[in-house]
Write a protein that binds this ligand. Structure first.
Ligand code: NAD
Length: 300
């Protein structure tokens, strides 16, 4: 298969690129390296340092990918609150540019969307048909991107797939970023620094290991289209997560409690029944095992 991965120098994208190369696919990457890193890029993939806000028609016409995995994004919720226009340029206009180039080149698109930022507060694990109530411009922009993908499916007959990821963690997630609590906790534990827990620590999230997310993304190529949650259907509180992080890091350091952050969701969990049934996929890496693998990477 000829694959094009936007955001292929980033955390999830670079793990996906490695898996595609492993399968024997030919892989091209579009990334502007705004948060991605050259060192993440597999030596057997070709990196095009380009911005998805610019037209990509010529590149797609030259490469003619069978599938474009569109992961390039402004992925920081807080940046989207501070600069919603910039967020929309990358996450809405950028997605439309990718989609249009893919349509002209006859490629399918698999889009990395978000469950956590789209559904809003979840009393039960959210299913794909549930109402979406984003609390930040990032979620609104991703939802708009999804809308374009599904519109192109109806208007142009493209077989596009939307994947709504839970809280993804694993090797190559930036421990110095603003988001990605697992990487931040493990990075601070490695450096002997105190971790901060905001609010009472009872906020719950659906943590899914990057290797499982990559397998779901590959499974998405086999279906004709649709929207799928990619999580675990399990909720873990920040307090529980911190305990597990301490265990894998062999640390006894207590976390420091900090004031709750305004607008933060109390509970976000994804129902993955549809992905299990239609993609034949389910997560294989338990939280503690995934944390161990992440710890091994982070301390190396
Ligand atoms: P990341 O920041 O590591 O990766 C994003 C990549 O996109 C980076 O390599 C960055 O350089 C590139 N990029 C950003 N703006 C670009 C632009 N204008 N043009 C070209 N490239 C650009 O983030 P990630 O965590 O790997 O996220 C990958 C995708 O998954 C994103 O679409 C994100 O919204 C989505 N997602 C991530 C999570 C998570 O928990 N990490 C959860 C839900 C959805």
């Amino acid at each position: 298969m000829r694959a094009l991965v936007t955001g292929g120098a980033g955390f999830i994208g670079s793990n996906l690129v490695d898996a595609l190369i492993e399968r024997g696919d030919s892989v091209e990457i579009v990334d502007n390296l705004s948060s991605g890193k050259r060192e993440n890029v597999n030596a057997r993939a070709r990196l095009h340092v380009l911005d998805v806000r610019e037209p990509l028609d010529d590149l797609f016409a030259e490469l003619r990918p069978d599938v474009c995995f569109h992961l390039a994004a402004q992925a920081d919720v807080r940046v989207s609150v501070e600069r919603p226009d910039y967020d929309a340029e990358v996450n809405v206009i950028g997605t439309v540019r990718v989609l249009e180039a893919a349509r002209i080149a006859g490629s399918r698109v698999v889009f990395a969307s978000t469950g956590g930022a789209i559904y809003g507060e979840c009393s039960e694990p959210a299913a794909e048909a549930d109402e979406c109530r984003p609390l930040a411009p990032y979620g609104a922009a991703k939802l708009a991107g999804e809308g374009y993908l599904l519109t192109y499916q109806r208007l142009r007959g493209m077989k596009n797939v939307v994947l709504r990821f839970g809280n993804v963690f694993g090797p190559r997630q930036d421990p110095h970023g603003e988001a990605g609590v697992v990487a931040i906790f493990l990075g601070r534990l490695r450096d002997g620094e105190t971790c901060r827990i905001f609010g009472d620590g009872r906020q719950e999230r659906d943590y899914v290991y990057v290797g499982d997310v990559v397998r779901a993304t590959l499974a998405a190529i086999e279906v004709a289209g649709g929207v799928f949650n990619v999580g675990t259907s399990r909720a873990t509180s920040v307090l529980e997560l911190y305990e597990l992080c301490r265990r894998v890091a062999g640390s006894e350091t207590a976390a420091e409690l900090a004031p709750a952050r305004p607008g933060e969701l109390q509970r976000s969990v994804l129902n993955i029944g549809k992905a299990e049934e239609e993609l034949g996929w389910r997560p294989q890496t338990g939280l503690e095992e995934g944390l161990r693998q992440t710890w091994n990477w982070i301390r190396a």
